[in-house]
Design a protein around this ligand. Structure first.
Ligand code: PAF
Length: 285
């Protein structure tokens, strides 16, 4: 597995592969964008990519533009050696690990703003976050010229935003969504779980409990947004140490609230456990 540091090297890698691509599906190029601190959720994305395309690039880049001024950019977990070992073990062909200056050259003034969606759910609580995500993913897709890019359903709002961006910019990449990977007790895997103290780790289970409760209600035929949201609020009420950021039933394409859950609805929660913000969700149908 190669480690590439510049956009020019990555583009060269991708273009060289294309010269003898037979276009039989196995020769397609896949991108798994990450911020490192790789865990079993990322491993599942790399495996899904490897099963679906011939060549897989994993990007490892803690993207400064998606962090707010008081967020955790400087303390975001960084574990490059272990990340490369995991990427290699899962079959990645290259790791792309640029510097900040490589992706944001001096004087960089071009950003991708997805209007509307960029300000909903996590975008409402984290102003500028989705602008940073859209910008860096656009740069990565353009650099790799990837045919498919793989993301986890845990970041469901991010997926909606990126699908809109890819459609609007007519980028020739398909966004592939892979299921949430959970710990045996239900906690959705996240690099930020590393921040949790043992007590907070226990409190954090409230998110997946709320989601499971809503899934049970949906399975019983309940569809009303107010009933589903009330049920999640009740679950959160059992853990007063947690501060709810949002609980929402939305259309997964537009991220606009809906009255009734239908196939394609996204039920999503975000909450603060101590100083760590966690998210979880379920998608109907
Ligand atoms: O989901 C993430 O880890 C990040 O938002 C992404 C897509 C790698 C962009 O920095």
């Amino acid at each position: 597995m190669e480690i590439l540091r510049t956009v020019a090297e990555l583009r060269q890698w991708s273009r060289t592969l294309r010269i003898d691509a037979r276009n039989d599906g196995r020769n397609l190029i896949g991108l798994v964008p990450t911020m490192g601190a790789l865990h079993a959720g990322h491993a599942s994305l790399i495996r899904a990519a490897k099963a679906s395309v011939g060549f897989v690039a994993v990007s490892i880049f803690v993207n400064p533009t998606q962090f707010g001024p008081n967020e955790d950019y400087s303390r975001y977990p960084r574990s490059f050696e272990a990340d490369c070992a995991l990427a290699q073990a899962e079959g990645a062909d290259v790791v792309f690990a640029p510097t900040v200056e490589e992706l944001y050259p001096a004087g960089a003034a071009t950003f991708v703003e997805v209007e509307g969606l960029g300000n909903r759910l996590d975008g409402a609580s984290r102003p500028g976050h989705f602008r940073g995500v859209a910008t860096v993913v656009a740069k990565l897709l353009i650099a790799t010229e990837a045919d498919r890019a793989f993301f986890g359903q845990k970041d469901a709002a991010q997926v909606a935003l990126l699908r809109r961006m890819v459609a609007d910019l007519r980028l020739p990449a398909e966004i592939v969504v892979c299921p949430i990977v959970r710990e045996p007790d239900g906690l959705a895997l996240s690099s930020r779980n590393l921040y949790l103290s043992p007590a907070e780790r226990n409190q954090a289970l409230t998110l997946s409990r709320a989601i499971r409760q809503v899934e049970a209600l949906l399975a019983s035929g309940e569809r009303h947004s107010s009933a589903l949201i009330a049920s999640a609020r009740q679950t959160f009420a059992t853990e007063p140490a947690i501060r709810i950021d949002y609980i929402a039933l939305v259309d997964w394409t537009t991220l606009e609230p809906v009255e009734d859950a239908t196939p394609g609805s996204l039920f999503a929660v975000a909450a603060w456990v101590g100083s760590t913000r966690l998210i979880d969700n379920t998608i109907l149908g």
